[in-house]
Ligand binder design. Structure first.
Ligand code: MTE
Length: 314
């Protein structure tokens, strides 16, 4: 089961201001293009970059809410392939090599095959988008992601009319992902979206955050970000994409169908069987805040579900 934060939670003394990110923004704004490019390259290579995010478009989607400090969003993670404690992924994914990453594309599309990630992203603008991330465990963060709209990428594979859903799969390699040596989940981690959800302009294929290449513990080199759904839909380290005419299986639904549905839209009115979803704790804050319908993105996405009983399709 997805665990509820407890004593592994961050305490206040570990929470630092988001200085790194803001300093970098100021620097990029006022520094020379050349020196900022050099610095970015140094940072990326230390992080074993396989995706070059330099030159991303700043502030494509912003949010008037304080960013979660980088330190917290990279040390308080769910990535069971690297351990089930919140602090495990940062430690155990440190040496995960994501270079030469490829993705296999199959199913109901014209362009199938195995593609290098850099070729998939070739010529696409990397955008900075600040989104809320709401975990089903009732904590949340605000993260400046870098990525490309998933729909734009999917269109390049020319899905056919029988592509009603898209299925995603994480790498399965217990030698590189030590958490997979234990049967805590049915590996590989799999997820899926309805095709209109996948094509929605908010759905992001993310390759970085806070102006940098994606840290390993956050799903390097490439993950989904679907801001109106619970965080577990945002599958990490993707190696397979399949267009299909059937609703694909999803890991947490397989693990506990009564608790985790296929849709998993953030909904303060539909409680998890073991806890309320009405409120959440923003990491770094003391008091809980109200959870917003569709995580605050109702205006953009509610129409995708018109006529559906969201208590039934949870
Ligand atoms: N993807 C894979 N492959 N394995 C996981 O364990 N955890 C999910 C999601 N994607 C998970 C995953 C959950 S429960 C959440 S809340 C988010 O990733 C957490 O993303 P973050 O660690 O970047 O905050």
């Amino acid at each position: 089961m997805i665990k509820i934060k407890q004593k592994s939670d961050l305490n206040e003394s570990e929470v630092t201001p988001e200085a790194i990110y803001h300093k970098r923004r100021e620097f990029l704004k006022y520094g020379s293009m050349l020196s900022s490019a050099l610095i970015l390259n140094t940072v990326s290579s230390r992080l074993q970059a396989s995706v070059d995010v330099t030159g991303y478009k700043q502030g494509v989607i912003t949010l008037d809410e304080e960013l979660t400090p980088f330190k917290d969003s990279t040390r308080y993670n769910n990535f069971y392939e690297f351990g089930t404690d919140k602090s495990d992924p940062a430690r155990n994914a440190k040496d995960f090599d994501t270079s030469n990453w490829s993705i296999e594309v199959s199913g109901a599309c014209e362009k199938k095959g195995e593609f290098m990630l850099e070729d998939i992203l070739q010529g696409m603008d990397i955008e900075e988008r600040i989104y809320r991330l709401r975990c089903v465990e009732a904590w949340s963060m605000v993260i400046p992601w870098l990525g490309v709209p998933l729909g734009k990428v999917l269109q390049t594979f020319k899905p056919t009319s029988s592509a009603k859903y898209v299925a995603f799969e994480t790498l399965h390699d217990p030698t590189r992902m030590p958490g997979q040596q234990r049967a805590v989940l049915d590996w590989p981690y799999v997820e899926g979206l309805r095709i209109d959800e996948a094509m929605h302009p908010l759905t992001l294929l993310a390759v970085g955050m806070y102006g940098k290449t994606m840290p390993n513990q956050n799903g390097a080199p490439v993950r989904l970000v679907i801001p109106w759904k619970y965080g577990f839909k945002s599958i990490k380290s993707i190696v397979r994409i399949k267009f299909t005419d059937r609703e694909p299986p999803t890991t947490w639904n397989l693990s506990s169908p009564r608790e985790y549905g296929f849709y998993s839209n953030v909904n303060p009115e539909v409680d998890h069987p073991r806890w309320s979803q009405a409120r959440e704790r923003r990491i770094g804050e003391f008091f809980k805040r109200e959870t917003l319908m569709f995580n605050g993105y109702a205006e953009e996405v509610a129409s995708l579900y018109s006529g559906m009983d969201l208590k039934k399709f949870y």
